[in-house]
Ligand binder design. Structure first.
Ligand code: SF4
Ligand code: SF4
Length: 390
């Protein structure tokens, strides 16, 4: 895994050339950075942000809320990584931004809305970023007759557990029908929201708590239907716990495997045109581009069409990196641009495999009357007739 540690980054962040390549995708003659597109002021570009970060960590610029706000005005989509011309340096651009947010937090300048993420997650009655009372997964486990011990744990994730329960229930039902030996645990937040916003103090405790629960359930595999949980558990947790001894999968990988093995037998069709939105956390951050397309493409009746910007060039949904809570109107503007692009494809369904993308795209679809169905893959499957053979 290509990553950088908490001390080395300060010695290399100044290497940014300020050449500005990271602002555009030349292939499309358009901005690729949602932050620069919104503000069109150099400081909000990746290069500008790198130099601002260098200024504060070197002590040349004092921390204040205005400086911190610029560092937080970025959904950590990673599109700059694809366009920066500086090999070996570019891989760390998003980490630089996250690590600068750690410094902002140490200096006491986490923006108040993003600070709420930490307060809610640390609240023992919540342990999730939405501020709801902690969900009772033990009850859910009983409702679904799931065992106490199993090979797999379905890590539901906070967005599916508190805001997208149709997706959560569709995933549980799919795993049951696939005869997967799985269970649920009383999970706490995976910590994606606080890692992205630089509020990392409690992360170790949360990882330990979740891993203990998962291992006590006898599991050696985690499956999740959330792109954010997937990236966080598979990549970020390793920075804290380098010997997890747990395999991590996204549900799309399981579905793809079942399709490859000819075990998923559809008995109905889904006769709609779908365009697939690459979640940043699954695409650019984890390089999972082909598997989702293979899966959608093998659902009978589906016509899969691509948006102009796809795969590594996909335009972000706008929700990540603390933007949905910190700058909710801007998050929706970013999604509107994605939906406008989807309109050009002629699709009636915009689908993704991340509950957070689904939430933001759904909200924008409603606000701007875009007239799409915004659905997760698992929700689409739940409307179909199929059997899974052993
Ligand atoms: S981040 Fe990369 S592309 Fe952007 S200004 Fe710096 S060196 Fe240039
Ligand atoms: S992560 Fe995305 S929004 Fe942030 S600087 Fe890079 S391209 Fe811009």
């Amino acid at each position: 895994m290509n990553t950088i540690n908490e001390t080395d980054w300060k010695d290399i962040v100044h290497r940014c050339f300020r050449c500005g390549y990271c602002k555009f995708t030349y292939e499309f003659s358009d901005f690729n950075c949602p932050s620069y597109k919104k503000h069109q002021f150099e400081t909000y570009s990746t290069g500008g942000r790198m130099w601002l970060i260098y200024g504060v960590i070197s002590g040349e610029i004092p921390w204040n809320q205005g400086v911190a706000n610029v560092i937080y005005a970025c959904p950590t989509c990673g599109n700059c990584i694809e366009n920066c011309r500086f090999d070996k340096f570019k891989d760390f651009l998003v980490e630089f931004i996250e690590l600068a947010r750690v410094e902002a937090t140490k200096a006491g300048f986490t923006p108040p809305k993003q600070l709420n993420l930490l307060k809610r997650i640390e609240n023992p009655e919540m342990n999730n970023p939405y501020g709801d009372i902690n969900s009772d997964n033990e009850n859910l486990k009983k409702e679904h007759n799931l065992p106490d011990k199993a090979e797999w744990v379905y890590f539901i994730g906070c967005t599916s557990n508190y805001r997208q329960r149709d997706l959560r229930d569709a995933t549980i039902n799919f795993l049951k029908r696939a005869n997967i030996d799985f269970t649920l645990v009383d999970e706490h937040c995976c910590c994606s929201p606080i890692i992205r916003t630089g509020q990392v103090n409690p992360v170790n405790n949360f990882i330990n708590y979740n891993l203990t629960k998962i291992k006590n359930a006898g599991a050696t595999k985690i499956i999740t239907s959330c792109a954010g949980c997937y990236k966080t558990i598979k990549k970020d947790w390793l920075k804290y716990e380098n010997d997890m001894k747990i395999e991590v999968y996204h549900t799309v990988e399981l579905i793809n495997k079942l399709m490859d093995e000819n075990k998923l037998k559809f008995k109905s069709e889904y006769s709609k045109t779908i365009t697939y939105h690459d979640p940043c956390h699954l695409g650019r951050h984890m390089k999972l581009y082909d598997i989702p397309r293979k899966v959608y493409g093998r659902i009978p009746g589906v016509k899969l069409v691509e948006m102009k910007r796809n795969r590594e060039n996909a335009w972000c949904c706008g929700a990540g990196g603390g933007v949905k809570i910190g700058y909710p109107e801007w998050a929706l503007e970013i999604s509107r641009e994605r939906l406008e692009e989807a309109k050009d494809t002629g699709a009636s369904v915009v689908s993704s495999i991340c509950p957070f993308c689904r939430t933001n795209l759904f909200d924008a679809n409603k606000k701007y009357n875009m007239d799409f169905e915004v659905l997760d893959l698992l929700e689409i499957l739940s409307t179909m007739e199929y059997e899974i053979v052993a």
